[in-house]
Design a protein around this ligand. Structure first.
Ligand SMILES: [Zn+2]
Ligand SMILES: [Zn+2]
Length: 131
């Protein structure tokens, strides 16, 4: 688990910034069709944080509902995708790309790998076997 506890970040235009206290949990890629459509990229990087540790230090994200009983937040001015949150969850999943300190947030897995284009090459550990 990464040692760093406090992270900062913000959107492309700078109208939304945040600070979040760790520990970060489960940095991962996702290539589900929703992530690909939302980001315009073949994979998104995500990492969970305790919701209580998050503070918006500038601006307020705009929210969009998704079919999975969750919502996603983005900057209404520049469109940067900032987070996803399941209804009622006490964690919030931030996009790794908007976090300033990315180096310790090493993706551990790749969700919906089969939905990604076949040419996509991302280094992640092999899935762990429980055996
Ligand atoms: Zn923005
Ligand atoms: Zn996804």
């Amino acid at each position: 688990m990464p040692k760093r506890k406090t992270f900062t970040g913000g959107c492309l235009c700078g109208n939304i910034t945040f600070r979040v206290e760790g520990p970060p949990v489960w940095p991962h890629y996702c290539s589900c069709s929703m992530c690909q459509k939302w980001s315009g990229a073949p994979a998104m990087g995500w990492v969970d944080f305790p919701l209580a540790g998050l503070a918006w230090t500038r601006g307020t994200p705009k929210l969009v509902r998704t079919p999975q009983k969750s919502q996603r937040g983005f900057c209404p001015d520049c469109g940067s995708g900032l987070f996803a949150q399941d209804d009622g969850s006490d964690t919030i999943c931030l996009t790794i790309g908007v976090i300033d300190q990315k180096n310790s947030l090493v993706p551990e897995s790749h969700s919906y790998r089969g939905k990604a284009p076949k040419w996509l090459c991302l280094a992640v550990p092999e899935p762990k076997s429980d055996a």
